[in-house]
Design a protein. Structure first.
Length: 385
């Protein structure tokens, strides 16, 4: 059982954090719990992978990088919700949410070509009982952002301006209780919200049932992709390691292939395990929680899981592969990026290939019936990396 969920929405610099903390710590609501997403792991990882795109403001609004950035933000938000908020839904008292899913929907309005599946995933979270929308002129918002410290790469006038106008579309047709206020004078805004909020919550039950989340493991049909090379732009530097991708091998076959490689390769062999699927697990949980009727969007689940797994793989590459690229070793892993891209629907697969483009290409892809020793011999004879 839970108390009311109160979500604050608005562009950066609108005053959400100040007001949310005031509501959570003040006496008007009898105390509450304050929640704010304080990590941007996927967005920051994507910016490191594609620094040129991240440095161009227009890339964050239009084109392939904007779509990739949107998925990164969606997965960051979903991970925060299911790790920080959902486990505490049953605690008494109001939950004050510093931004919820409506901001993501607003962003989806203006990102060209963005799939509706990301919008579906955004809404696989508890519905707030009241939304407080704070409005502010983008120029004023930027001046506030500058006063509070460093300006982030996604805080610039053009984006904030489009973002502000997109909120109208995101809220169109919403039946949620909405408190809308232009936040020019903070003290006046506080008085207005404190007066309006009890009326908006009036009549709702003191507690609400907590939906039971269903755990579903992702399991997409897979088929082996053709060999392919990708530029190593995001992993630039002198590379000595040789990279082997295993496609379609189960755990026993992987172990057997690794044993052959250790005997046949003239040097150390390191078998890496990319099996960590944190985002895929959270996404599967969210899709199975019953907040959205997936029967109306049958392809959404597969696309959401594909993107979640993709960002799991980006983390694997950054944490496990990049640090070993300059070592004189044979790096081996199973079911990597090209495999995932090939397993997806053609349009999704093409987008995933673009996402993975800066990653180092495998020097060889081994499948279940391949001659491991023969492929390694050919690899030894090839020109050094």
């Amino acid at each position: 059982m839970r108390g009311p969920l109160v979500a604050l929405e608005g562009i950066d610099g609108a005053g959400k954090t100040s007001l949310a903390q005031h509501l959570a710590h003040g006496e008007r609501l009898g105390g509450g719990t304050y929640f704010k997403k304080d990590t941007r792991d996927n967005m920051e990882r994507l910016a490191r992978l594609k620094p040129l795109e991240a440095a161009r403001p227009e890339s964050q609004i239009r084109g392939g990088f904007a779509r990739e950035l949107r998925w990164a933000a969606v997965l960051d938000h979903l991970t925060y919700v299911y790790r920080a908020v959902v486990p505490r839904l049953g605690e008494p008292g109001p939950k004050i949410l510093d931004r919820w899913y409506h901001g993501g929907l607003a962003w989806s309005v203006f990102v060209e070509g963005l799939s509706g599946s990301s919008e579906t995933l955004l809404q696989c979270v508890p519905e707030p009982d009241v939304v407080i929308r704070l409005e502010v002129d983008p120029a004023t918002a930027l001046s506030r952002i500058a006063r509070r410290g460093a300006v982030k790469e996604d805080e610039f006038f053009e984006l904030l301006d489009v973002y502000a106008r997109s909120y109208d579309i995101a809220f169109a047709g919403s039946v949620l209780p909405l408190i809308r206020k232009e936040n020019v004078d903070y003290d006046e805004t506080v008085r207005f919200v404190e007066s309006a909020l009890p009326r908006a919550l009036d009549g709702m039950p003191a507690v609400r049932p907590v939906p039971r989340a269903l755990w579903r493991r992702p399991g997409a049909a897979r088929r082996a992709p053709p060999d392919g090379k990708r530029p190593d732009g995001g992993f630039a530097g002198r590379r000595r390691a040789r990279l082997i991708a295993l496609h379609g091998l189960d755990a026993a076959q992987t172990s057997a292939a690794a044993d052959v490689m250790r005997r046949a390769w003239r040097g150390p062999v390191v078998v890496l395990d990319p099996a960590r699927d944190d985002h895929a697990r959270v996404t599967a949980t969210a899709l199975g929680a019953g907040y959205v009727d997936l029967s109306e969007v049958p392809q959404a689940a597969a696309e959401c899981l594909a993107w979640a797994r993709a960002f799991d793989l980006l983390k694997f590459y950054e944490d496990a592969v990049r640090p070993r690229l300059e070592d004189d070793v044979l790096l081996v892993w199973r079911d990597g990026p090209s495999w995932l891209a090939e397993a997806a629907e053609p349009q999704i697969g093409a987008e995933l290939k673009a996402l993975f483009a800066p990653l180092p290409a495998a020097d060889a892809i081994l499948r279940p019936r391949d001659d491991v020793e023969g492929r390694l011999a050919a690899l030894r004879q090839a020109a050094p990396v």
